[in-house]
Design a binder for this molecule. Sequence first.
Ligand SMILES: NC(=O)c1ccc[n+]([C@@H]2O[C@H](COP(=O)([O-])OP(=O)(O)OC[C@H]3O[C@@H](n4cnc5c(N)ncnc54)[C@H](OP(=O)(O)O)[C@@H]3O)[C@@H](O)[C@H]2O)c1
Length: 252
Amino acid sequence: MRAQGNTILITGGGSGIGRGLAEALHREGNQVVIAGRRQSVLEETAKANPGMRFLTLDIEDPEAIREFAARVTVEFPALNVLINNAGIMRMENLLAQPDDLGDAEAMVSTNLLGPIRLTAALMPLLRRQEHATIMNVSSGLAFVPLALTPVYSATKAALHSYTCSLRYQLKDTAVEVLEIIPPYVQTDLMGGAEDPRAMPLMDYIAETMELLKTEPTPAEICVKNVHGLRFAESSGRFAAVFQGLNDAFSGS
Ligand SMILES: NC(=O)c1ccc[n+]([C@@H]2O[C@H](COP(=O)([O-])OP(=O)(O)OC[C@H]3O[C@@H](n4cnc5c(N)ncnc54)[C@H](OP(=O)(O)O)[C@@H]3O)[C@@H](O)[C@H]2O)c1
């Protein structure tokens, strides 16, 4: 990915990892556009970073995604980087949910269908650019599931799989495909903003930005703290890492 001069759309750019990336990429000299549902947090983020733009979007709504992509194509014709970062994470008790699968369905439509739909809607615009990048934000839990958040972990595993296929299908085009794989980071995603077990947000963003500047850009952006989860299976440690992770969070 080019270090500067890009026009970058970041979903969920008004808080947490999305905001951290938006501000860092803005400082590096890129036109950054952030999107999400809460106008107030988007407005506040854009105001704190003069030149940053924002648009509201509910990524659970397929029609809203189509209208949003049409608007982006007109207002930001140079858009060449899409960061699919918006996500939600909810705990689920699989023994007590026969009637209400609302959380499960919301996570599938936000974390998995959202990136798939937005990528499809913006593909014509991205294909028109000389260099373009699609970055999908998955999770270390794509590789070792947290049993407390079964559908969340499953959506991230599916997003990883989709990202591999997307990269392969686009290999002969000017669109590169990257996957950002965060470890547990201090944000409001599930009340972990102050959890000392989570990586401080600014440390996470700094290490991620360094990796993004590596030449050539790695297909997977994995800070050191996520290596244990990302490489659990390939290092033959899956069972031990799965047990350790789930025992550590069983009282959460
Ligand atoms: N923090 C971690 O430990 C961690 C670890 C691994 C992966 N991740 C991933 O990192 C990404 C960012 O999460 P975060 O930790 O930074 O949490 P966060 O602060 O809660 O950010 C999530 C963002 O997604 C947006 N969003 C949620 N639902 C949306 C919808 N329907 N339409 C549009 N935007 C929506 C939210 O904005 P609105 O509410 O305003 O819509 C919010 O800005 C997520 O994909 C998450 O799964 C986080």
